[in-house]
Design a protein. Structure first.
Length: 206
């Protein structure tokens, strides 16, 4: 009887230990799962923060283009080395023949854009004020490209998309045309590696 009782007690102890191990493993798995979910939620929240920053920067850049077009002085900015964040998408490059060739510049491409003062500009303190509460790691930046060419003698004129022009007649009896701009922005989250890029086309009818 003592032997049987000892065997039963031993079996119960083994079963208890096995159950304890199983419960421990389940607990560890649950902790890992919860930790992963927390990290995923934090990453999603930070990406949303970066998206808000990029979306706001896009509005700021659009307002900047609208202001330049209204003032009629946008031509003095694009292609000017003093303002590298305002670039000309179509430029005349030296080539064979008398007229040269037309080359395309796309500094916003991944692997090309450095997102520093050499190709983009950060929002000013006043512009960035509404984003202070987001706790961003960096101030959003933007670059703007001038995509049009209205000079019919330029080799780049043929490369302009036909959608960039209008057949409408203005009040002066002259055809209206559309000046096209490409705006590219980057927004950052609380973590410097969290980044969101947005791009939009801005058309101004002149």
């Amino acid at each position: 009887m003592k032997t049987n009782r000892s065997l039963m007690q031993g079996s119960a102890l083994i079963i208890s230990l096995v159950m304890l191990v199983i419960l421990t493993l389940l607990g560890i798995s649950g902790i890992k799962s919860s930790t992963l979910e927390i990290r995923m939620a934090a990453n999603a929240e930070d990406r949303n923060r970066a998206f808000q920053a990029a979306e706001y920067a896009l509005k700021v850049a659009e307002a900047k283009v609208s202001e330049m077009v209204s003032n009629g002085n946008y031509a003095t900015y694009f292609g000017n080395k003093a303002y590298p964040w305002y670039y000309k998408t179509l430029t005349i490059s030296s080539g064979g023949g008398n007229g040269g060739d037309c080359s395309t510049s796309l500094p916003w491409l991944t692997g090309v854009a450095t997102w520093d003062n050499s190709d983009s500009i950060a929002l000013t303190s006043a512009e960035n004020a509404p984003l202070k509460q987001l706790g961003l790691s960096q101030v959003p930046r933007y670059m703007i490209g001038y995509d049009s060419e209205v000079d019919e003698t330029s080799p780049c004129y043929a490369d302009v998309s036909p959608e960039g022009y209008s057949n409408s007649i203005g009040s002066a009896g002259e055809p209206l045309h559309v000046e096209r701009f490409t705006i590219t922005v980057i927004g950052y989250g609380a973590q410097p590696n969290t980044r969101v890029r947005l791009q939009a086309t801005f058309n101004a009818l002149l």
